[in-house]
Design a protein around this ligand. Structure first.
Ligand code: DND
Ligand code: ATP
Ligand code: GLN
Length: 572
């Protein structure tokens, strides 16, 4: 029996589906942990598969690959080095489990299945996994270790069961995606569990972007008294060996590293950058290309792309038409210059005028309208896709959440593209992020310090420049008002009557509600983008496209529902 245990928290990034690559990363982390004398290395939830593996886990060949990797890794542990606690899908007579396996002395020494399968927000675990029984601890080198898996600590039962059955230490593997404010939520649930059972808790989170999700790491260790003993960084890989010692029969965590973790705008910005970098790199693109208009959205996206990938992998193209102002041309060039990226100017007049000439006989007798505006946007989209096809970079889209909410974007035009780092940032948050980036160079950034988004881009009135003297506010309310209403409709699902009671104009709220519902078809065809809020367009907010509902806009009393009751008791 030992009185000292060194547990390595391997906050590293798996790639969903790349079982061989994940196995190689696990081996490298174990070797590094061995050098630092660790007894045990903890990997995050479903590490060998990557999280979330979605329906991949239902594929027998994929499951077999995970099992082979597990047995190979188990064989490694015969070398007398650290044991391994690692996640994978595991099939037994009940079905497929979300499992963590203890590998020690060359063998699979213990298994723990996840009990509480999350099925809300971006999670769909009940679709592919069956729950395990309430877990007890397993014994490792004379210590009884409990392994509740991620959602298992968000309710009291699994941890209570571990404590009642003699658990002494909680090791919690997670795949908890980023959303604003999540750090506080995680601390609250983890400290509540520690307060209830008085056991130390080591919380290990996944790192990296996976499609729309970003896992920011920010793993930590709580001592048995609930105090924060160790904090790993967010948005970066880390391998931290945490010391636990037994004193007076009780396990305590030795205070260690206390990394500073980004909050507020800094953490939203870092999530956008990590999500973009991993999407581009994991899908093996050489770089990205985007239309740089001289406006704030594309300037911010360009800055994020340079921070994520480095200037040589970012290509900006200014695509002016007759409505493009000289300010826009100057601002786009200045932004590209500040970021140090390749910048081309490709005037689109010949193409747009060509389309208009082609269509003139068909459109005869019709006045110019939004059709001609959309032709400009679609011409730009076509040119960017051509550059993507010719040289290989992926096209970035630049629509913010305010625009995506109300459908202020052109299908097959500025919506063309593969990924959108600012999809879940409202326009007011785009301004905040741009100002923040000009004053801060993010940790780990591959971009320059200093002002990268010229001040005039932030201060001028936003305009799509699709007709003479156009501004966004010709079609939309001021963004602070639009975002206020959207936050209430989208994030809080508030009733129109309650939004109006907070001082918003009823006709405006109804108009925004209508635009929001009607634009669902566009959002379903939009590029994926980084999830920042608890309610992104994608997995979190799933609305029908065909939708006849409109909020009546007045208080609704739930009607009395007549319930027929059996006249005499039912005997079963
Ligand atoms: N439910 C539904 N299911 C499937 N398709 C549906 C549909 N409802 C309409 N449609 C189709 O959608 C098409 C209309 O959509 P679309 O062609 O995109 O055009 P539309 O939404 O009418 O216009 C584009 C809007 O985006 C604004 N814009 C454009 C470019 C840039 C920016 C910017 O600031 O970044 C803003 C522009 O000012 C305008 O308000 C039509 O073909 C229609 O048939
Ligand atoms: N003149 C242009 N040159 C290059 N790209 C453009 C141009 N105009 C529009 N785009 C592309 O289409 C996107 C939508 O642009 P638009 O200017 O119409 O509205 P926006 O949402 O205000 O964006 P931004 O703030 O970047 O201007 C831009 O972000 C940009 O990627
Ligand atoms: N993978 C999971 O079980 C995640 C669910 C959890 N509540 C979280 O976001 O942290």
């Amino acid at each position: 029996m030992t009185d000292r245990l060194l547990v390595a928290l391997a906050q590293i990034a798996p790639v969903v589906g790349d079982v061989a690559g994940n196995l190689a990363k696990a081996r490298a982390a174990r070797a590094a942990a061995a050098e630092r004398g660790a007894d045990l290395v903890l990997f995050c939830e479903l590490f060998l598969a990557g999280y979330p593996p979605e329906d991949l886990v239902l594929k027998p060949a994929f499951h077999a690959a995970c099992m082979t990797a597990l047995t190979d890794l188990a064989a490694d542990t015969a070398d007398g080095g650290p044991a391994v606690l690692i996640g994978l899908p595991w099939r037994d007579a009940d079905g497929l489990h979300n499992t963590h396996a203890l590998l020690d002395a060359g063998k699979i020494a213990a298994l723990r299945h996840k009990v509480d399968l999350p099925n809300y927000g971006p999670f769909d675990e009940k679709r592919v996994f069956v729950p395990g029984p309430l877990p007890g601890p397993f014994e490792f080198r004379g210590v009884r270790i409990g392994v509740p898996i991620c959602e298992d600590i968000w309710g009291p039962a699994p941890v209570a069961c571990i404590a009642e059955t003699g658990g002494e230490i909680l090791l919690v593997p997670n795949a908890s995606p980023y959303r604003a404010g999540v750090l506080g939520e995680r601390f609250a649930v983890a400290t509540a569990r520690v307060a209830a059972v008085g056991l130390p808790l080591l919380y290990l989170n996944q790192l990296g972007g996976q499609d729309e999700l970003v896992f920011e790491g920010a793993s930590f260790a709580l001592d048995a008294d609930g105090s924060l003993a160790v904090q790993l960084p967010a948005f970066r890989e880390a391998l931290e060996v945490v010391e636990l010692t037994r004193r007076d029969g009780r396990w305590r965590v030795t205070p260690g590293t206390r990394a500073e973790v980004e909050t507020g705008v800094a953490s939203d910005y870092a999530a956008c950058v990590l999500g973009l970098r991993d999407y581009v790199d994991k899908n093996r693109f050489p770089g990205v290309v985007l239309g740089l208009s001289g406006g704030i959205d594309s300037a911010l996206v360009a800055a994020m792309a340079v921070d994520a990938l480095g200037a040589p992998r970012v290509h900006a193209v200014m695509l002016p038409y007759r409505w493009t102002s000289s300010d826009s041309l100057e601002d786009a060039a200045a932004c590209a210059d500040a970021l140090g990226i390749r910048y081309d100017v490709v005037p689109i007049g010949v193409a747009v005028d060509g389309f208009e000439a082609l269509l003139a006989p068909v459109f005869a007798g019709r006045a110019a309208d939004i059709t001609e505006e959309n032709l400009q946007s679609r011409t730009r989209g076509t040119i960017l896709m051509a550059i993507s096809n010719k040289f290989g970079p992926m096209v970035l889209t630049t629509g913010n959440k305010s625009e995506m909410s109300v459908g202020y974007a052109t299908l097959y035009g500025d919506m063309n593209g593969g990924f959108n780092p600012i999809k879940d940032l409202y326009k007011t948050e785009v301004y905040a992020a741009a100002a923040w980036r000009n004053a801060n160079r993010p940790v780990g950034s591959l971009g320059p310090a200093g002002v990268v988004i010229p001040e005039r881009i932030i201060t001028k009135a936003p305009s799509a420049e699709l007709r003479e003297n156009q501004t966004d506010q010709d079609s939309l309310p001021p963004y602070d008002i639009l975002d206020g209403v959207l936050e209430r409709l989208v994030e809080k699902e508030m009733a129109v009557v309650d939004i109006v009671a907070e001082g918003y104009d009823e006709a405006l709220v109804r108009r925004i509600e209508r635009l929001l519902y009607v634009a669902e078809y566009k959002r379903r065809q939009a590029a994926p983008g980084v999830k920042i809020t608890a309610r992104n367009f994608g997995r979190d907010r799933r609305y029908p496209i065909t939708n006849g509902f409109r909020d009546p806009g007045r208080p609704v009393d739930l009607p009395e529902v007549p319930v027929s009751r059996p006249s005499s008791p039912v005997v079963v």
